[in-house]
Design a protein around this ligand. Sequence first.
Ligand code: FES
Length: 94
Amino acid sequence: MFKITFQDSAETFEVPAGTSFLEFCQAHDVPQAFGCTAGNCGVCCCRLIEGAENVNEMTDQERETIELQGGGEDVRLACQLIIQGDIVVQAVDL
Ligand code: FES
């Protein structure tokens, strides 16, 4: 199990390896906007504050979607973010 910490609330949850961040949010009633769940719409942007080494690499599709939304280097798509270690996240509204 790994830890997800929400920067704004400092709440921490345990999550099994390989869970997507969006799956985690849906399972725990964490408010996280989403749409397509496939990395295309960009509605689910979140900011990865810590733990970039503990998640999957960004695909070209995810990078393109984030760029279209005007997201920066630390922005990821919740539906594409796979948890592989401890992370700290923050919701963003681009
Ligand atoms: S829900 Fe559409 S990109 Fe994540």
